[in-house]
Design a protein around this ligand. Structure first.
Ligand SMILES: [Zn+2]
Length: 276
C-alpha cells in the first residue's frame, strides 16, 4: 500500500498536484488525506509508545479530565462541521515535557498537549479550548497532509530509491517519518489564518469565550525562557492575527452566548498513558 503512496507521490510531483482548502486556497498535495491519516496513525502509535516507555505520558486524572471535557466538546463541533470525521479515531495524550510549549493535531484527529504549555501559559479553560480548537481546525482543513507533502517533497530522492527497491516496509517507514516531521514544520501564514477562523468558531460553538483567542496569543508571545515557544515556530503569526481575532470575536459571541447543553463526541484521552 505504501509503495503505491510513493508512486502516487512521484506522479503527483510531475503533475504538480494541487487541491483546494475549505476557504478556497490552493494547496500542494502529494498525499491524499487517507494516506496522511494512516501514516499519522503509525507515527502516533510509535511516538506515544516510546514516550510511555520513557514515563513521559501524563496519567494524572485531574489533568486528563480537564482535557477530556474540552476536547470532547470541540470534537462534537468538528464532527458537525465535517460529518465524515465522526469515523476518525479522535485521541489525545498529555506529554510531560515541562519545557515544551506546544500542542498539535495530526491528520485523523490524533492530538497531543505538552505540560509546558499548561504550566507556563497557565491557560484558562477558554484559552485551552482556543489552542485545541486551532489544532483541530488544522486537521479539519487537511493542513497536516499539506505539511506532510512538503516533508515528502524534501525526501523525494530517498523515496524514489524506496520505490526502486520495491520495499513496502521502507516506504511505510518513510511515510510515517513524513507524518512525524509534519507536526514539526511551520504552517503557512494562510493556513494559520484559516485555522484561526475555524478554531475560534469551533470553540465558541463548544461554549468557550471567543475573546480568549486574543489573550491566548498574548500569553504565548509573553512566555519567557531560552527561546520562543515551539508552538510559535510551527504556527507563524499572520501579520494581522490579533486584529483579525479581535474582529472575529464579536461575530462568534452569539454562538458562545447561545447557552444550553453543549454536545460531546467521544475522545480517547490518555489511552496510551494508561496502556499496560
Ligand atoms: Zn496553527
Amino acid at each position: 500500500m505504501f509503495s503505491r503512496i510513493a508512486v502516487v507521490m512521484l506522479t503527483a510531483l510531475v503533475l504538480t498536484a494541487c487541491a483546494t482548502s475549505p476557504t478556497g486556497r490552493r494547496q500542494l498535495m502529494l498525499v491524499s488525506e487517507d494516506q496522511a491519516i494512516s501514516a499519522s496513525r503509525q507515527a502516533y502509535v510509535q511516538n506515544m509508545g516510546q514516550l510511555k516507555d520513557q514515563g513521559k505520558l501524563v496519567t494524572d486524572p485531574r489533568t486528563l479530565a480537564r482535557v477530556e471535557t474540552i476536547t470532547e466538546r470541540l470534537v462534537a463541533q468538528a464532527v458537525i462541521q465535517r460529518p465524515a470525521t465522526a469515523r476518525w479515531d479522535w485521541s489525545v495524550e498529555v506529554i510531560d515535557e515541562p519545557e515544551t510549549v506546544n500542542a498539535w493535531c495530526m491528520a485523523g484527529g490524533r492530538m497531543a498537549i505538552y505540560t509546558g504549555l499548561i504550566n507556563k501559559l497557565d491557560p484558562t479553560d477558554d484559552e485551552l479550548a482556543q489552542v485545541m480548537g486551532h489544532e483541530i481546525a488544522h486537521a479539519l482543513a487537511n493542513h497536516t497532509a499539506e505539511r506532510m507533502s512538503i516533508a515528502m517533497a524534501s525526501q523525494v530522492g530517498v523515496i524514489a530509491v524506496g520505490v526502486a527497491s520495491d520495499s513496502p516496509g521502507r516506504n511505510m517507514a518513510l511515510a510515517a517519518t513524513a507524518a512525524q516531521l509534519a507536526v514539526l514544520l511551520p504552517n503557512s501564514r494562510t493556513a494559520e489564518s484559516e485555522a484561526d477562523r475555524i478554531g475560534i468558531e469551533l470553540a465558541a460553538k463548544a461554549g468557550y469565550d471567543p475573546r480568549a483567542a486574543a489573550t491566548l496569543w498574548q500569553k504565548m508571545g509573553a512566555v519567557g525562557g531560552s527561546g520562543p515557544p515551539q508552538f510559535l515556530s510551527t504556527h507563524p503569526a499572520p501579520g494581522n492575527r490579533q486584529q483579525r481575532l479581535g474582529e472575529l470575536a464579536p461575530q462568534m459571541e452569539p454562538y458562545y452566548r447561545a447557552g444550553g447543553t453543549r454536545p460531546t463526541h467521544p475522545v480517547k484521552v490518555g489511552d496510551a498513558a494508561r496502556a499496560r
